[in-house]
Design a protein around this ligand. Structure first.
Ligand code: FRU
Length: 500
């Protein structure tokens, strides 16, 4: 008996000891999450492994859903799944299990999601509208066999707020007519014509389809103006209405293109025009880019944002196919851009697209201090800087560290230039060190805002009239900021991590 009591005591002590020994390690392990070198602290990135395009963004029942191209078994591109995360505020994200897995029709490529409020698809149940994902099936077997019809469009639906998904039994809903690049469906409900509209990237054009029910699609028109950018294949379209400052409705068409971007590799062009439920007619003929940096690709906007909010919310993949698979990150590859609200602004009768980081990000602001001198010690790896501009002909802002890494942002001869040639590790791809430049539009420059997060820098002129997003891989954080040709003024905010 005594022996039994002693051994129970001993076993209990061993267990308590083990728990005590394990707890700090576990906590330590948890704290280490999202602490790798270069790991973004206030941008979305997957817990581990490879991510590319944002997919299926939809708002429903208080949650912003973000699905994304995901390869769970490695940190380079592979058989695509849809990863999934949700947020109540576009700032803090919760990872959810993978939503869509490859099946007998192929890998799950990019696409969109909508809430079918009127249950036009009949996939809803007991008065609950379905959340419907519309995506491209990429059949690797058909591709390997040299066929040209290996990309088709399929759908899946969820009746529990995106937590579990049922693949539609009669997929594909849109078969391939024999065109190799036939992908990335973005679907919207068009109030005016009371039908669903699908924008699809087809080689180097955008093809529009219409549907009453998300299940049967009818060809409407092709968009392929002679003057657009055609340096590469067209991908990931998005079509949506926005109002100008004077209240006139315009339609915006986003088209990602790879290669052929203004800084080399991938980038997203946009078109402003009118749309009558069938045809998109551009009302201006210039190539414009949603972001003039090298690292904002495949971005599209959220569906079903409530009318009382009224914003058109965008997020992009913060990388470039030129080097996305070799950037020097370790356990994961790629992050998304900051979420941005899109709006229109007019200069000399011409309408442009503006993208501004969402207001919700202000919740991350920590220590705040004014810029008083031409040299400032920043003191954080994640920060936000706002510097007022007046009519400087030329200026230069340099961020640097004690390891001789620096990035230079400067205005010269009417251009905004971003130089990352000495930013840190650039050796993984020769073209990465290339200097980025954009001709400034004919606007008064009032403010430059910069968001820096470990390995990315997003620059916005005048609240996003011009945006430039770029990756950088410094040996250590840039701790100094030097201003030349600008009056030292404005503010710096340290930004808190969303992961810890
Ligand atoms: C864009 C893209 C899409 C495709 C997906 C595959 O980056 O090439 O066209 O659906 O990535 O992962």
């Amino acid at each position: 008996m005594m022996f039994r009591q002693n051994s129970i005591l001993l076993i209990s002590l061993i267990c308590i000891g083990m728990i005590l020994a394990c707890t700090p390690n576990k906590e330590k392990g948890e704290k280490l999450k999202y602490q790798e070198q270069y790991r973004p602290q206030f941008h979305f990135s997957p817990e581990a492994n490879w991510m590319n395009d944002p997919n299926g963004m939809v708002y429903w029942d208080g949650e912003y859903h973000l699905f994304y191209q995901y390869y769970p078994d490695g940190n380079v591109w592979g058989p695509m799944h849809w990863g999934h995360a949700i947020s109540e505020d576009l700032v803090y994200w919760e990872h959810l299990p993978i939503a869509l897995y490859p099946d007998s029709l192929g890998y799950i490529f990019s696409g969109s999601a909508v809430v079918d409020h009127a249950n036009t698809s009949g996939l809803g149940k007991d008065g609950k509208p379905p959340m419907v994902a519309i995506y491209t099936y990429h059949d690797p077997i058909g591709e390997a066999a040299g066929r040209d019809d290996f990309q088709t469009q399929g759908i899946a639906y969820s009746l529990d707020n995106g937590r579990t998904w049922e693949v539609y039994q009669d997929n594909p809903v849109l078969a391939n007519p024999g065109i190799k690049d036939f992908r990335d469906p973005k679907v919207i409900w068009d109030e005016q014509t009371q039908q669903w509209i699908m924008s699809l990237a087809v080689l180097d054009k955008i093809r529009f389809y219409t549907s009453p029910n998300l299940l049967n699609w009818t060809f409407a028109s092709d968009f392929q103006p002679s003057w657009a950018a055609y340096g590469g294949v067209w991908e990931c379209p998005d079509l949506f209405p926005l109002k100008t400052e004077s209240g006139e409705e315009k339609w915006v068409l986003l088209v990602s293109i790879n290669p052929g971007g203004p800084q080399g590799g991938s980038a997203t062009q946009y078109f402003i025009g009118d749309f009558d439920g069938k045809t998109f007619n551009p009302t201006q003929e210039d190539v414009e880019w949603i972001d003039w940096g090298a690292d904002n690709y495949a971005g599209v906007t959220w569906s079903n944002i409530p009318e009382e909010d009224g914003r058109r919310l965008f997020i992009g993949w913060m990388s470039n196919w030129d080097y996305a698979q070799v950037v020097p990150t370790t356990t994961w590859r790629s992050a998304m851009t900051l979420p941005r609200a899109l709006s229109l602004y007019t200069v000399k009768g011409k309408v442009y697209l503006k993208s501004k980081p969402v207001e919700e990000l202000k919740a991350l602001r920590g220590k705040e201090f004014p810029i008083l001198n031409s040299t400032t010690e920043i003191g954080s790896k994640s920060f936000e800087v706002h510097i007022p501009l007046s009519d400087e002909k030329e200026f230069e802002i340099t961020f640097s560290n004690d390891s001789q890494n620096e990035i230079n942002i400067y205005k010269v001869r009417g251009h905004l230039v971003f130089n990352r040639s000495k930013s840190g590790n650039t050796s993984f791809m020769e073209s990465f060190g290339r200097v980025n430049a954009v001709k400034l539009p004919d606007i008064q420059l009032d403010m430059i805002s910069i968001y820096f997060d470990q390995s990315s820098i997003e620059i916005f002129i005048n609240d996003g009239q011009l945006a430039m997003t770029n990756l950088v891989f410094p040996k250590r954080a840039y701790t100094h900021m030097d201003l030349v040709g600008i009056n030292p003024a404005g503010k710096i905010y340290h930004l808190n991590s969303i992961w810890n």
